[in-house]
Write a protein that binds this ligand. Structure first.
Ligand code: AMP
Length: 284
């Protein structure tokens, strides 16, 4: 496995592979890789001949008071994990390589969706994500790109970008990987104290409670949201948002739920750590 830091070198390397008729899978990450990322790399290795894992803590998707500086960085351990799961290349550019003029002049945005849910609490976040992913797509020209459903709004926005801008890439969604306890794996779990980590299990417990109630016939948005919110509050968490939304449009649901595919999206704080999670409500 090769570690490449330069855009030009990556382009040249991938061009050679493409000429040999090899397919390319891209797994964009911010590093601090865990089993969640590993399942994306596994999915890519199974589907594409060459898997590129990008490791880049993208400054333009962080807000001013967010955790850009303290975000965990450990390229050596990341390389080992990526290699063990079949990656051929780690692309680890510097911020200067990706944004030579600092703040970019050109952004990719999704005006209606970028300010909903996570976007309403993280202004500028999704334009930062879409812009870096568009750059990575144009640098790598992958056949497939793999994204986790843990970041549900993110993968939805990326699919929208690919559809509306006609990127020649197939987006593959990978299900959420959880600890046995139910906590969704996240690089940010490292910030949690032992007690916060225990309390944070209430996120998945609440989501499961709401899903069971839904499957048993509950259709009140208020009641279902409360089933998610209560356990979090009882465990000293604070809820940033909990919304039930359509999986096909991300439109927020109110009142009584009809017959469509839905997902509960949420963000909650335990101590200073912000965690996101979601659960799909299967149709009955
Ligand atoms: P990040 O490094 O947090 O930006 O995540 C990079 C990719 O890994 C994104 O597509 C995430 O959705 C995905 N990912 C992160 N955590 C998980 C998880 N627990 N299960 C599945 N995918 C994940």
């Amino acid at each position: 496995m090769k570690i490449i830091k330069s855009i030009q070198e990556l382009r040249d390397t991938l061009k050679t592979f493409r000429r040999e008729g090899k397919t390319i899978g891209l797994v964009p990450t911010m590093g601090a890789l865990h089993r969640g990322h590993a399942s994306l790399i596994d999915a890519s290795s199974a589907r594409a001949d060459i898997t590129v894992v990008s490791v880049f803590v993208n400054p333009i998707q962080f807000g001013k008071n967010e955790d850009l500086d303290k975000y965990p960085r450990r390229l050596e351990a990341d390389s080992e994990l990526a290699n063990a799961h079949g990656a051929s290349i780690i692309f680890a550019p510097t911020a200067e390589e990706m944004y030579p003029n600092g703040e970019p002049e050109t952004y990719v945005r999704n005006k209606p969706l970028e300010s909903l849910y996570c976007g309403s609490y993280r202004p500028g976040h999704f334009r930062g994500v879409l812009t870096v992913v568009a750059k990575l797509f144009l640098i790598c020209l992958p056949d497939f790109a793999f994204f986790g459903e843990k970041d549900y709004q993110q993968v939805f926005l990326i699919e929208e970008m690919v559809r509306t801008l006609n990127f020649p890439v197939e987006i593959v969604r990978v299900p959420i990987v959880r600890e046995e306890s139910g906590l969704a794996l996240s690089s940010r779990n490292e910030y949690l104290s032992e007690e916060e980590r225990k309390n944070a299990l209430s996120i998945h417990q609440g989501l499961l409670a709401a899903k069971s109630a839904y499957l048993a016939g509950e259709r009140s948005v208020t009641k279902l949201r409360n089933l998610v919110i209560q356990p979090i509050l009882l465990n000293r968490g604070s809820v940033q948002y909990v919304e039930i939304v359509s999986t096909s449009t991300l439109e927020k649901k109110v009142g009584h739920l009809g017959n469509e595919k839905l997902v509960i999206l949420l963000a909650a704080f335990f101590g200073k750590t912000r965690l996101i999670d979601n659960i799909e409500l299967e149709m009955v």
